[in-house]
Design a protein around this ligand. Sequence first.
Ligand code: F6P
Length: 295
Amino acid sequence: MKIGVLVSGGDAPGMNKCLKELYEGITALGEEVVFVGHGYDGLVYGEVLKPKPAELEAYEKRAGAYIKSARSSAFMTPDGFKKALKTLKKHSLDALVIIGGNGSLKGAKALMREGVRVFFIPATIDNDMPETEYSLGFETAVSAGLDYIKKVMTTMEAFDKSCVFEVMGRYSGAIAEEVYNEYGADYLINSSHPLDIGALSKSVIKNKKPSLCLILQENLVDRSMLAFELETRTKRVWKADDVGYVQRGTDPVKKDLKKAKAYSALVTEAVRTHRYNTIAVTEGGKEKLVTLQKY
Ligand code: F6P
């Protein structure tokens, strides 16, 4: 069998570890592995790559996606989708391992509906996939956010300043919630704790701490406007900061390396036993393989 592997969407720490584990595991079964560069774009444009063991070794514990990822708009067009199917045929790919988040899973299901055999590994720092309790990269994103905030708060505290920190998560409040809890921050604004500027200002005015830390989930309110509003209402100095891409670009923490290994082992076993159209997930704290529905 010839198996293609691609990563798609926002890169998540642990993806490179999956590439190495999948390559080693599947080739040990006597099957062939090729990579598809630039996510679904690589399927559309025929970017099929031969894995190089030295590269796999070099990138194993690094963040990013060394074979390149993409958010492919071409794949979503009827013409692009047809080209993707042609690439699979042209390179005689018997099955595809897709590593990514919600958008990538939609793509995988579209392929499944055309009869393509897929395996899926959930990987997104947002940890917002209903199929699994844990998606690769989340723990690293939280840890990177914490490191960043600790450093910035040190300088805030030196001047009795307060700060709004916007963290990633797309439309999910998971990273914000975890960072808030682990840092022991003063305020949280996320999808489960929406902004009530009046109540927040009152609480800030009453707060005796000289420096306050507010964690804000992205895509809710403008962080600079919020800091300005708080500064006006509470007569404190408020700064606004974007924690941003450091949450994706930080090398994977131990948990993500372990999860990448466990998910890849499940997929390798699924290849061996021909359990196509499956996804590796965490359920009740344990990794397992689950059948994917086409819709
Ligand atoms: O899905 C991962 C993520 O980092 C989100 O947290 C964020 O909203 C988005 O990707 C940013 O995407 P882009 O890299 O396209 O700016």
